[in-house]
Design a protein around this ligand. Structure first.
Ligand SMILES: NC(=O)c1ccc[n+]([C@@H]2O[C@H](COP(=O)([O-])OP(=O)(O)OC[C@H]3O[C@@H](n4cnc5c(N)ncnc54)[C@H](O)[C@@H]3O)[C@@H](O)[C@H]2O)c1
Length: 264
């Protein structure tokens, strides 16, 4: 074990993504030591340097981790055990979108598996390998990131929607199983959040329809009751709250943070 042994430890997947990157900064600001897990070394190093610029005493462990791989997650668990001994907050931001809108009956098995291997199977594996590092009855918790697209079906995006619906169910099931051990498990279900993932989806849809990105963005954002895609901070605020002691009586919950899209 190294570093400040008094600090809590957050393990964040998707740590270089639009939401995960903000989450790293948020947990550091709140005094956590942070394990940053994501697919590639270069963006991990960039985020590490950026965070240290604004928080020179931040304790960060960047780890190249593939959430779709049992072996990679096992290795990450071992390295985290060596670095920190335990995890207090496990925040699973890593996720992928479906490449294109596809009729379910025309979707390849490969595309279905690619999406599910990260979004649902990956969340299962991450929980199985990393939750054992959360001490019992110490206020530790798990936060998954699902989606408003896991709340109901969206035609042509069934691989993504079913993977996120599965995350909501997994969150409830695991919460029930871990309640006796004093470990809470909750989810945040984002709406359209203005990150690379959302912009890539808008670009794909614009190309399919033969319109510009701006036209596509205006069409999609006008359907949101609050008329704008959410800032990533809105999801991180909810995730941080769920991980904190302020949510000590909250478990098995999925919190919708979506600008009101489920009302339309
Ligand atoms: N942006 C949105 O509109 C939106 C809406 C609903 C739900 N979500 C969910 O929010 C979460 C965060 O998304 P974001 O908006 O930050 O997107 P993003 O694309 O900016 O970030 C996703 C991150 O996950 C990482 N990742 C992908 N596959 C991985 C793997 N196999 N192992 C480890 N890391 C992997 C990527 O490298 C990336 O850093 C995702 O689970 C996403 O499904 C996003």
């Amino acid at each position: 074990m190294s570093g400040n042994v008094g600090s809590k430890v957050a393990f964040i997947t998707g740590a270089t993504g639009g939401q995960g990157r903000i989450a790293v900064e948020r947990f550091i600001t709140e005094g956590y030591r942070v394990v940053m897990a994501d697919l590639f070394a270069e963006p991990l190093e960039r985020v590490r340097v950026e965070v240290l610029q604004s928080h020179p005493s931040a304790e960060l462990l960047p780890l190249v981790v593939d959430q779709a791989s049992e072996e990679s997650l096992r290795d990450a668990a071992e390295k985290t055990r060596e670095w920190a001994g335990q995890i207090d907050a496990l925040a699973l931001f890593a996720g992928v979108v479906q490449s294109d809108g596809l009729p379910l009956l025309e979707m390849s098995t490969e595309e279905w598996d690619r999406v599910h291997s990260v979004n649902l199977r990956g969340v299962f594996l991450a929980c199985r390998e990393l939750v054992p590092l959360i001490p019992h009855n110490s206020g530790g918790s798990v936060v998954t990131i699902s989606s408003w697209w896991g709340r109901n079906a969206h035609p042509f995006y069934s691989a993504y929607c079913t993977s996120k619906a599965g995350v909501i169910s997994l969150t409830q099931g695991l919460a029930a199983e871990l309640a006796d051990f004093g470990i809470r498990v909750n989810s945040v279900a984002p709406g359209n959040i203005d990150t690379a993932m959302h912009r890539a989806a808008l670009e794909g849809e614009a190309a399919e329809r033969g319109i510009t990105f701006d036209e596509m963005r205006d069409i999609e954002w006008s359907k949101i009751p609050l008329k704008v895609a959410g800032p990533p901070e809105s999801i991180v605020d909810a995730a941080y709250w769920l991980a904190s002691d302020q949510a000590s009586y909250v478990t098995g919950a999925t919190i919708d943070v979506n600008g009101g899209v489920l009302m339309t």
